[in-house]
Design a protein around this ligand. Structure first.
Ligand SMILES: [Zn+2]
Ligand SMILES: [Zn+2]
Length: 189
């Protein structure tokens, strides 16, 4: 192989690796949280991700914790993921909620597993024990529940199935809405 050919091959290889590594991450998951049988309502403005013009211009834009996973457009049951290492712990921390294997701390109240109540997490219908450390995966359906009942079938069944609309993985079901933060759509980190 001629030296120039070798150099071209190396350059092409590095450009390909760079393009793969920097590919935009934009995925979605459905979730619901129940405390003592009551579904929490996250569809309020205070839980949404808003950025000021200054934040968007800042050098650190795109690298901050609050940009990794959050909600948009007052849709309180879809988590938007913008970073490969985004976890449910990061997602909830961004709205001032602590979520770990022991407790769910929400608006000043701690809901911690004890003799009568259990904090549990289900991912796609299966119990999961990673809690806040669990990575957010595209199209996952997540239930977090704090309850004294073992029967949480109704709660499991209530977890929505809309992330595929936002991730554009189910075109047969239509669109999540042109104004929404959808994969391949407007910039909404
Ligand atoms: Zn999104
Ligand atoms: Zn976003």
């Amino acid at each position: 192989m001629k030296k120039t050919h070798f150099i071209i091959a190396v350059v092409v290889l590095f450009i390909s690796i760079y393009l793969i590594a920097t590919k935009e991450i934009h995925e979605h998951a459905d979730f619901a949280v129940y405390i003592n049988g009551e579904k929490l309502n996250f569809s309020q403005d205070k839980y949404m991700h808003h950025e000021t013009a200054e934040e968007e211009k800042s050098e650190k834009h795109g690298q901050q914790e609050d940009e990794k996973a959050h909600m948009h457009d007052n849709v309180g049951w879809i988590a938007h993921k913008h970073a490969a290492d985004a976890t449910w712990g990061i997602f909830f921390r961004n709205i001032n909620i602590t979520f770990n294997s022991a407790c769910f701390v929400f608006e000043g109240s701690s809901y911690c597993s004890n003799e009568t109540h259990n904090l549990r997490m289900f991912v796609n219908g299966r119990e999961d024990f990673e809690f806040g450390g669990k990575k957010i995966n595209d199209l996952d359906r997540v239930l977090i529940t704090f309850d004294n009942s073992r029967n949480i079938d109704a709660q499991l069944n209530s977890v929505t199935d809309e992330a595929c609309l936002y991730s554009r993985k189910c075109p047969e079901r239509g669109e999540a809405g042109s104004e929404g933060c959808v994969t391949g759509g407007k910039q909404c980190t």
